[in-house]
Design a protein around this ligand. Structure first.
Ligand code: THG
Length: 369
């Protein structure tokens, strides 16, 4: 059976790199922030092995930016998140849970501080722009909230430093984790950060202006020929092994950051102004009653997880699996799920209903990578 096609339409936005992605033989897309996001080039497993060994260029344009610009930009940014941003400097990026007035997760973006009065929020798959514009308007803040023409390009894998140094100069080697520098390509200044949605190391280039997209794409591939550079994309297997969460899959607005294991990115006591602060102070005191866990699923390779798979202990449902894939390196199915506190200890053995098939599931002490 061949997979159904995705009908092209204006509502599903192409990216500045789509021509390059197609020329490199993209085999499947998903839609993320109403934009094309490649999911497979050769195969998910072949892409995974290549990512861990070489270097890949990822079209992650769908990580759209919400730009805050104006005197109230920093105040607005702090209203959105329980992470205390007072110590954050220009040149820094921060992974920030975004919560609503009940403490529910609205997004889990990377915030980029460009200046005291200018920020980018590099969003996951939810309509954060509308929430932010609503708050800016409702509180009559002196700030502009827009989606600029900025498209992140990922360069991920163990040879990412070498490839990036060839295109942007050796200075990129000195960028520290979750910091950025401004580097020039063909006379255009670009924000280059050491970050990305894999644990193989690498960078994200925030490409401003779609017109420079393909020239940069082509330069990276020409410079990386002997490094075996390939087009790639966020890899399902690698990101589960690494414990990188997927908004809309592993968590939704029904979950608090604490349930998502993102309590370490919250300073709710001192995050004065955060809209969800009162709600989160309450849940932080009690602690969550369910939390995200790394899970092993026994048996053969599982199918793609396109709906939650319930987890049982005896007759009682005690959680659900929300992401899963066969890991060639660990020889098991790796998975992420939400598990109730009575059953979340490492080593706990549960049963999953995987589309009518029963599977043995074990709670792990942590993620694989
Ligand atoms: N990079 C950028 N924008 C993004 C993503 C990204 N937007 C969409 C999506 N990814 C947002 N979600 C995440 C999830 C995890 C991380 C980044 C964005 C991440 N986490 C590391 C971790 O959890 O170990 C590091 C966190 C830290 O130590 O600060 O990198 O990937 N631009």
């Amino acid at each position: 059976m061949t997979a159904p096609l995705l009908s092209p339409s204006r509502r599903v936005r192409r990216t500045p790199f789509s021509a390059g992605v197609e020329a490199q033989g993209v085999k499947a897309y998903t839609v993320y922030n109403r934009m094309l996001l490649p999911t497979v080039f050769e195969s998910v497993q072949a892409d995974y092995h290549h990512l861990k060994k070489h270097v890949q260029v990822w079209d992650v344009s769908c990580e759209r930016q919400v730009e805050l610009r104006g005197p109230d930009a920093a105040r607005l940014m702090q209203m959105l998140t329980p992470r205390d941003l007072r110590g954050m400097t220009v040149g820094q990026c921060c992974y920030v849970p975004i919560v609503d007035e009940t403490g529910g997760m609205l997004n889990d973006p990377v915030a980029v501080k460009l200046a005291e009065d200018r920020w980018w929020i590099s969003i996951a798959d939810s309509d954060l722009l509308l929430w932010v514009k609503g708050i800016a308007s409702g509180y009559r803040l002196d700030v502009l909230v827009v989606e600029p023409d900025v498209s992140p390009l990922g360069v991920q894998g163990p040879k990412a430093d070498e490839l990036m140094a060839r295109v942007f100069g050796d200075g990129v080697r000195n960028i520290r984790f979750f910091r950025y520098g401004i580097f020039s390509f063909e006379g255009r200044d670009m924000v280059v950060a050491r970050s990305g949605y894999s644990k193989q190391g690498g960078f994200e280039i925030y490409v401003e202006g779609g017109d420079i997209g393909m020239p940069l794409w082509n330069a990276l591939f020409e410079a990386g020929r002997d490094l075996e550079v390939r087009a790639g994309c966020p890899n399902l297997i690698e990101r589960i092994e690494s414990g990188l969460l997927s908004y809309g899959n592993d968590m939704t607005a029904d979950n608090t950051p604490h349930e998502c294991g993102l309590g370490r990115f919250c300073n709710t006591n001192t995050a004065i102004g955060c809209i969800g602060r009162d709600a989160l102070l309450r849940v932080a005191k009690e602690g969550p009653v369910q939390q995200i866990r790394a899970l092993d699923i026994a048996g053969d390779a599982v199918p793609g997880c396109d709906r939650p798979w319930p987890l049982y202990a005896g007759e009682a449902q005690v959680g659900q699996i929300t992401s899963a894939a066969w890991s060639p390196d660990f020889g098991t199915n790796v998975a992420i799920g939400m598990v109730r506190m009575t059953h979340w200890d490492a080593g706990t053995v549960l049963r999953a209903d995987v589309l009518g098939e029963e599977r043995v599931v074990t709670v792990r002490p942590g993620f694989w990578a």
